[in-house]
Design a protein around this ligand. Structure first.
Ligand code: SOE
Length: 383
């Protein structure tokens, strides 16, 4: 029998849009025992004007301006958090205590200490959680994961991860507000480390296992900005605009990571290359339906990098989408995350990253920031 998952989503910004789009499509595209019901959208901004427009545009049944009022409602099963990082812990812990399942945008929290409290609350409640590490859900990345697990690479030697964007280069970009809260340390907890590297690290550890120690550096290129609320007010920028690090993985391979919002021309370049004994994979989210594969086991006369076009029905998730050749992209990774969450609910398996996975990534992020500050190699605490 079809079951319903009643969702209340808090935060109607860019991520709220991506999640609403995912919930609205997931049951049309995938065959699932659970139906996502878009019950309540919640946002306190502009005395309810933001949520009013958003809820009607995305067909949420109801709207709310105070997230606390959602907690006592018996007709809500899942709280989905799309607000700035500084609010994740408070909302998640209260929602779990109220007996709700909780999904949250990444990074898990402002830091690992808060993240650990969220994991503890999840364990205590026994309720299911998810962190929206959507970038694992590019079919190309999932295909690489399946092939690596099947032994395509053998022993891994190297991992290179980058996540590059360019939207904060202008010194006129304001500090604070709906998009630019990501520049405010108070709201975000960090700059590119939590916002971009968290994705790259999650994919890396999913494909290649835990990162055990690292040495990092960060830089803040624009040190003062005018606030969005009042352009005559100038504040100090404390986040990391760029971060780079060298790492060791538990499996003995070594890696490098780089994230920046100052890489002119790069818009969403979440890319990796992984090199093993028998072959290598390379991927870039700016060309999402291409997975590059070098297979050393190929006949030497025809050996070389090949581009696997990931748009055919026998590749991950693709049997549900369009006919072969009609590619999919960023938005669809969120639909896949929602589909995996609903499938987990039905059969009790674990397809999605949960709060404890989010905490592991958060621990690496915290170690990057600490290492950059101290200028020394540090252990992440993962094994
Ligand atoms: C902004 O840099 C951002 O929206 C991130 O916050 C998202 O997590 C990433 O998917 C796209 O870029």
């Amino acid at each position: 029998m079809q079951k319903t998952l009643n969702i209340a989503m808090i935060g109607c910004g860019f991520m709220g849009k991506m999640h609403s789009n995912a919930y609205s499509k997931v049951n049309s595209i995938f065959d699932l025992d659970y139906t996502a019901c878009m019950k309540v959208a919640c946002d306190s901004r502009d005395n309810g004007k933001v949520v009013k427009d958003f809820a009607s545009r995305w067909h949420w049944q109801e709207m709310e301006t105070d997230w606390r009022r959602l907690l006592d409602r018996k007709d809500i099963d899942l709280i989905d958090i799309c607000v700035p990082n500084s609010l994740h812990r408070e909302i998640a812990v209260a929602s779990l205590a109220a007996g709700k399942m909780v999904c949250t945008e990444k990074p898990l929290a402002l830091n690992a200490e808060q993240g650990a409290q969220m994991v503890e609350a999840a364990e205590k409640s026994g309720k299911k959680t998810m962190i929206w590490f959507n970038q694992r859900r590019f079919p190309s990345v999932t295909l690489a994961k399946q092939m690596i697990d099947d032994g395509a690479l053998g022993r891994v030697f190297h991992y290179r991860g980058t996540y590059l964007q360019d939207w904060t280069i202008s010194k006129e970009a304001p500090f604070g507000g709906p998009t630019f809260w990501r520049l405010d340390l108070k709201d975000a907890g960090s700059g590119v480390t939590g916002d971009l590297l968290a994705h790259a690290l999650d994919v890396a550890m999913w494909l290649n296992g835990p990162i055990v120690d690292l040495s990092a550096m960060t830089e803040t290129f624009i040190k003062e900005r005018k606030t969005q609320a009042d352009s005559s007010k100038v504040v100090k920028v404390e986040i990391d605009d760029a971060a780079q690090c060298m790492v060791r993985f538990a499996n003995g391979s070594i890696g490098t990571f780089e994230a920046s919002r100052y890489a002119r021309g790069r818009k969403n370049a979440n890319a990796f290359e992984i090199n093993g004994e028998f072959g290598s994979f390379a991927f870039d989210a700016e060309t999402p339906d291409q997975l590059k594969f070098y297979n050393h086991k190929d006949d030497s006369k025809i050996r070389g990098w090949k581009v696997i076009s990931v748009w055919d029905s026998d590749q991950p998730y693709m049997d549900r989408w369009w006919v072969p050749g009609m590619g999919i992209s960023y938005e669809h990774t969120f639909v896949h995350a929602a589909a995996d969450f609903l499938a987990d609910l039905a059969d009790g398996k674990k397809r999605v990253p949960d709060f404890s996975d989010g905490l592991r990534t958060q621990m690496v992020c915290d170690t990057i920031l600490a290492s950059a500050k101290k200028g020394q190699w540090m252990k992440t605490g993962l094994t």
